[in-house]
Ligand binder design. Sequence first.
Ligand SMILES: NC(=O)c1ccc[n+]([C@@H]2O[C@H](COP(=O)([O-])OP(=O)(O)OC[C@H]3O[C@@H](n4cnc5c(N)ncnc54)[C@H](O)[C@@H]3O)[C@@H](O)[C@H]2O)c1
Length: 323
Amino acid sequence: MQSSRIFIVGSGVVGAATGEGFLAAGHEVTFIDIAPERVRALRARGLDVRTEIDLTAEPDSLIFLTLPTPNDGHSYDLSAFTAGTASVGRALATAQAHHTVVVRSTVPPGTTEGLVRTVLEELSGRTAGAGFGLASNPEFLRAASAAEDFAHPWMTVIASRDPQTVERLRTVLAPFGGELRTFADPAEAEFIKCAHNIFNATKISFWNEMWLVAQKLGLDLDPIAATVARSAEGSINPRYGIRGGAPYGGVCLPKDTRGFLGFADSVGVEMPLLSAVVATNDRLAQIVDHEVDTATHAAGADQLRTRAADPVAVTGRQQHEPA
Ligand SMILES: NC(=O)c1ccc[n+]([C@@H]2O[C@H](COP(=O)([O-])OP(=O)(O)OC[C@H]3O[C@@H](n4cnc5c(N)ncnc54)[C@H](O)[C@@H]3O)[C@@H](O)[C@H]2O)c1
């Protein structure tokens, strides 16, 4: 049981799941939101909801920023996120205790120690570290199963320059279980969350692009994709391809990526993702001059057989050069 209060600033999908998850774990939680209909809906659920955060007489608390960060074309619109952060900065100015601000929204790398720190310091007249704690703790939940995902996370990431802040968050978050990783630089945690979403998006687009070709050929993609999911080392070896500065080489990957582009073209399907895969590899091959085959290592055939049966059971080395 945690004695200090948890504030949730921005009580939408993530904020509500986060706050209600903490409540269920025995914490005292106060929700903040500026949308009247949201405030009404949460109050109707019996929650402590306010339209403004007041830290004047508040003992040490944890303040989670779960504010919206939509895109505006090819950029993030951080206006609502900044406004919510500013309200916390103003509240910190009147605070007596040492509060910790935790960025849980998905934000571009550098936001916590850039925008958030600057806004909080300017409006509170305090310095991050001595005057208030500052951390990144991105949320990985899926909207469709938000409450369940918060209660049973498979990965928790905490980052702060201050080891005591990391430990404070670990104490609060570790009881929910799952793997917990800590970092000293909040930008690493922010990058993890962006890469997490982008990797998922890339995999989905890859199979949709393949589906377009299969459609042209009158093939059902589902059993094909399900088989590749068990045959391709990239799918079954958790260490394969998970590194930077190592483009693929050898014979088969360069040959089949280029060859399939021409094949798809011959059946009238454009494959912009596959074109980008080839272009990215060519660019990386010019930037890094070491041989991929010596930089990376394959799993043995026995390991692959084991992984095909149990994808996460075996750890091994990776190699980009296929059989
Ligand atoms: N929805 C998801 O599945 C999901 C999963 C993981 C992470 N995220 C990230 O979490 C963040 C929040 O996403 P969401 O889906 O919960 O958004 P949401 O739109 O559901 O909720 C945001 C809430 O913030 C409130 N708000 C806006 N400005 C405010 C202010 N100045 N002060 C207080 N409250 C304010 C809004 O009224 C709204 O209720 C985003 O960065 C998002 O990318 C979302």
